[in-house]
Design a binder for this molecule. Structure first.
Ligand SMILES: [Zn+2]
Length: 73
């Protein structure tokens, strides 16, 4: 007798998102694996940080001393 063991065991591999430590299903459905979402992927790649760094309108610390007090006269 021959036994054909065709067991379709859908194994779901769970991984931890390296960024936010939340459980993520490692599957074809998740294009951001092992990350849970695109945001976490960007954070890990450093792109997120780059965006955060580019803050427009940084305070200009120019030494424009408009105050001229005539003291000691
Ligand atoms: Zn995440």
């Amino acid at each position: 007798m021959t036994q054909s063991n065709t067991a379709f065991s859908a194994k779901i591999t769970m991984v931890k998102c390296p960024t936010c430590q939340s459980k993520v299903e490692w599957s074809e459905k998740n294009p951001f694996r092992p990350f849970c979402c695109k945001r976490c992927q960007l954070i890990d790649l450093g792109e997120w940080a780059d965006e955060e760094k580019a803050i427009p309108g940084a305070p200009d610390m120019s030494d424009s001393d408009g105050w001229s007090e005539d003291m000691g006269y």
